[in-house]
Design a protein around this ligand. Structure first.
Ligand code: SF4
Length: 445
């Protein structure tokens, strides 16, 4: 029988389960019951013993491993089918807390590891909603929203979710600051104001199950982030259990293994390589010449910063789909400081009027778009304060920076300037005009 434990590790029932579990001494012990549930999950691959988590600690690490592998080509759902089996829910709640505590005990709240744990939590919730039967899904959704205190939710309580862009203001329905989620509430609030449309239909369109599930996953992500931050803050006062520290080491090594696995392709093709300006697409060549129009700031801060940094450090991002930080590829930030930023600053200088003279704040925004928060220069201790932005798509460029888009014959086959770059390098290599590019032709975004 599915309960809200399958979705919400922050319910009162979940907390009671953790309290009743008591000391952490047994989290690494083999549990036959857990193994039986895993082995008897429909579609579970049982050919390889390493795929079967034997203990709560192993299950905790598997939750993260699933997330790290799921976007890769060789990912096999059958290796992790048990994560979507509701019978695992009680073990899973314990595993969630082991994962979150281990993360808080070893890593900073803004670290890559903490971010991956938070993201994996949200992704798993969304997957789990998908496997629930319809009636079951509505029931669990209603229950979890109630547990998360959505009954009288005001938008200000979602401030953190909105600030961190886990949720968009345009996603939610408001009435005088109150967030409207439930159907009855929607009818009561808007019925008299809706003309020429059936309120029930409008509710399904505007709110429906999609928005509720998104809100649930985002709210639980936020609570996971807060929980990790609290554990991290307490670690100087409360010595973490040795098994929690052991779990943290497993997390560190699993993240690092997956980050550098590069899906079986050569590191040369996926990692940092020389920039090949001849392979830049027309929009990037235009931005590098300096921009005169009103789109100057976006051209430099949004388009050029992300393009140059990914083209230099991680051109295969859309193929590998493995989230990386700049320092994973440029550990001492030498390439970033000595090659990437000078190119961007040079283009900023060529703008009319020069970007930083006119708008000095944009220098800080460039640092932020590289993942180092709003600071004058990228510094290792600030990494993770913001996200390393991937290059915007051609579709967005055509809308927001139309003056820069002058498509040529290659453009017809790509949807992102970075894909253009990879394809052009491959063409140049196959025509004997360059030695960069490897197997980039099959790049996709
Ligand atoms: S189609 Fe895309 S890559 Fe080509 S110029 Fe336009 S934005 Fe750039």
């Amino acid at each position: 029988m599915v309960s809200s434990l399958f979705i919400n590790p922050f319910s009162e029932d979940a907390r009671e389960l953790v309290r009743n579990y008591g000391a952490l001494d047994g989290i690494a012990d083999t549990s036959e019951e857990l193994q039986e549930i895993v082995k008897h999950t429909d579609g579970q691959n049982i050919d390889d013993n390493s795929l079967i988590p034997g203990s709560i600690m192993e299950l905790a690490v598997k939750r993260l491993e699933w997330y790290l592998k799921r976007e890769k080509r060789e990912f096999n759902h059958g290796d992790y089918a048990y994560l979507l089996n509701p019978e695992i829910q009680e073990y899973d709640v314990l595993a969630f807390y082991v994962l979150a505590q281990a993360t808080g005990a070893k890593f900073r709240p803004v670290s890559r590891e903490a971010r991956l744990v938070v993201e994996s939590t949200g992704a798993l919730i969304e997957e789990r909603f998908r496997v629930l039967r319809e009636g079951e899904r509505d029931e669990i959704t209603g229950q979890v929203l109630h547990e998360l205190g959505s009954g009288d939710l005001r938008w200000i309580e979602l401030e953190e979710l909105l600030r961190t862009r886990k949720l968009k203001l345009t996603d939610i329905i408001l009435d005088r600051g109150r967030v409207i989620i439930e159907g009855d509430d929607f009818m009561e609030t808007f019925q008299d104001r809706i003309r020429d449309r059936r309120p029930e239909r409008l509710y399904q369109l505007l709110v429906g199950s999609g928005l509720k599930e998104t809100m649930i996953s985002r709210m639980i992500m936020q609570r996971t982030e807060d929980y990790i931050a609290r554990v991290h803050e307490m670690r100087s006062r409360v010595q973490p259990h040795p098994l929690i520290l052991e779990a943290a080491e497993l997390i560190a090594s699993r993240v690092s293994e997956e980050m550098f696995a590069f899906t079986g392709t050569s590191v040369k093709s996926a990692g940092p390589g020389k920039l090949v300006p001849e392979a830049f697409p027309p929009c990037i060549k235009g931005a590098m010449e300096g921009v005169k129009s009103g789109s100057r700031n976006d051209a430099i801060v949004l388009l050029l910063t992300s393009f140059i940094s990914y083209a230099r450090l991680y051109p295969s991002i859309f193929r590998d789909r493995t989230p990386m930080k700049v320092s994973d590829l440029d550990p001492d930030l030498r390439i970033t400081r000595e090659e990437i930023l000078p190119l961007i600053y040079d283009a900023a200088e060529k703008c009319e009027p020069p970007l930083f003279e006119d708008d000095p704040q944009e220098k800080l925004n460039i640092t932020a778009k590289l993942g180092f928060g709003v600071h004058e220069e990228p510094e290792p201790e600030n990494e993770g304060e913001s996200r390393w932005y991937t290059p915007m798509s051609c579709e967005k460029i055509k809308i927001h920076l139309p003056d820069l888009c002058h498509p040529d014959r290659i453009c017809a086959r790509i949807t992102n300037p970075l894909s253009y770059y990879n394809r052009m390098k491959w063409i140049m290599k196959s025509e004997g005009k360059g030695d960069e590019g490897g197997d980039e032709e099959k790049d996709s975004e």
